[in-house]
Design a protein around this ligand. Structure first.
Ligand SMILES: [Zn+2]
Length: 469
């Protein structure tokens, strides 16, 4: 099998790129949003449904699976693909992040980390080599090197020592993989061993919020020559500017011909910014987590189906949406299910949200549209500064004008073929269906909206919609 990452298009105005990553279990079009299957399941959604939703890869949490059901069970079932009956690519984290955030009584040494799990308090030890063994047993297509994710804020000296140890751990993971790959030479290997050699290993850049440490870490990890690179230690409570800076410092040092993964990120506006900064892969719990709160993504932003305004609403969550929830059920009925705490209600919203976020982008039929991404970001800044003027597109009912109106439409089309005709039709269909830069009623429901003005509500709704959130 050929392990590669192919860049299909790059932006001339930003670092954004479109690409395709080939794994042992299929291809992934990037930028890619990876639904999170924490416990070997994307909550409430079967693998068959994930395929129907065009999800191309799921993320499995090594720590959770290691703690429960445990490696003996997973080995008995022949790995995570067989266990959960998912035949597409799987990325597994190394377990490090959860050990540092969930487990109790950690003891960190150069050798590895000893901890008590959060379920029954049983003691366990994970070293870089053991993290690789576990991910190999799971059958991961993309494994992550073990790292230490430092908290925020973090003292410089600790962040420096930690990043150096993460590099040493990364080297041990790389060495473990190299030895295993050698064993997989065709003349020596059985098929299971060869499959294992097809897996990829990503290194993780750390360094906290310090420029020199981020750069040193990126260079050191790149020198070890991984199949892809992740930016770790972000989204740990730091301000968004710090998060973006961490990515900006590392990105120039990462080879352009390898995929880049921003770990644990982010909100839709953050994803947009990260794509523009050259990131390719993201794991995102928002579609499923918000669904369980009754929140659905629509083209005009998020709506909470618990609200009384939907009691008598016979419309689907979203007009023209092809998901099962929208084809078959009304907002009023789904609202009733959610209020009555019927499992089906939350499941239907989850299916809808994942459908919105997993739309497969066509890599072949579309022109390079990323210059539009830059323009959309500029529009975002202009709306932030309230420097927009009146919308010239009166037929759409838009009350504002910024380049995002036009830009977002095309960019949106580039991210989801299926939305193209619909978007063009609905957004020029009269004042009822307005340009995405308006509709303050449909405010986004992510944490950042609390301090937002009406104008930024519209901006966030625009970005949310264009990215299917
Ligand atoms: Zn739907």
């Amino acid at each position: 099998m050929q392990k590669n990452f192919e860049r299909l298009a790059t932006d001339s105005h930003s670092n954004a790129r479109r690409g395709r990553l080939t794994t042992a279990h299929g291809e992934i079009d990037t930028p890619a949003f990876m639904p999170v299957g924490t416990q070997g399941s994307v909550k409430g959604v079967s693998p068959r449904e994930l395929h129907e939703l065009n999800a191309q890869i799921v993320l499995g949490n090594t720590y959770h699976l290691f703690v429960r059901p445990g490696l003996d069970v997973l080995k008995h079932f022949g790995g995570l693909h067989n266990f959960m009956n998912w035949d597409g690519p799987i990325l597994t984290d190394s377990g490090g992040y959860q050990i540092f955030s969930l487990a109790k009584l950690r003891k960190l040494t150069e050798q590895g980390v000893e901890f008590q799990n959060h379920i029954d308090g049983a003691r366990a030890f994970i070293s870089p080599e053991i993290a690789m063994e576990i991910q190999t047993l799971l059958g991961s297509d993309i494994a992550m090197a073990l790292d230490e994710c430092v908290p925020y804020p973090c003292e410089y000296d600790y962040a420096a020592q930690s990043a150096e140890m993460t590099t040493r751990w990364a080297k041990r993971c790389r060495e473990w993989k190299r030895r295993k790959d050698e064993m997989a030479k065709p003349e020596l290997a059985d098929s299971a061993t060869r499959r294992r050699a097809d897996s990829m290993l990503f290194g993780i850049v750390q360094g906290g919020t310090f420029e020199d440490l981020r750069k040193e870490s990126a260079q050191a990890i790149v020198d070890l020559n991984f199949d892809g690179y992740a930016i770790g230690g972000v989204s740990v409570g730091e301000p968004e500017e710090e998060m973006m800076r961490a990515v900006e410092w590392a990105e120039p040092l990462l080879p352009g011909n390898k995929p880049r993964y921003a770990m644990g990120l982010g909100t839709p506006p953050q994803l947009l910014e990260l794509i523009a900064r050259g990131m390719d892969m993201f794991d995102c719990v928002l579609p499923t987590r918000l669904a369980r709160n009754g929140t659905a993504f629509t083209t005009a932003g998020t709506i909470n189906l618990k609200n009384a305004e939907f009691i008598l609403d016979k419309n689907p969550i979203e007009e023209n949406c092809a998901c099962d929830a929208c084809r078959e059920f009304s907002r009023g009925y789904i609202r009733h299910l959610v209020k009555a705490e019927e499992i089906l209600g939350l499941r239907l919203i989850t299916l809808h949200n994942l459908h919105r976020s997993s739309g497969r982008r066509s890599a072949t039929s579309l022109p390079l549209t990323y210059p539009l991404l830059a323009a959309l970001r500029a529009a975002r800044r202009s709306t932030t500064n309230r420097s927009y003027s009146r919308c010239r597109d009166s037929s759409s009912g838009c009350r504002r004008r910024d380049d995002g109106c036009t830009v977002a439409r095309v960019l949106g089309a580039s991210f989801d073929d299926n939305t193209l005709p619909r978007s063009r039709v609905t957004r020029n269909d009269g004042p009822k269906t307005v340009c995405a830069a308006v509709a303050p009623r449909h405010t986004s429901n992510f944490g950042f909206t609390r301090r937002s003005s009406a104008s930024s509500h519209g901006r966030q709704a625009a970005i949310s919609r264009e990215f299917g959130f």
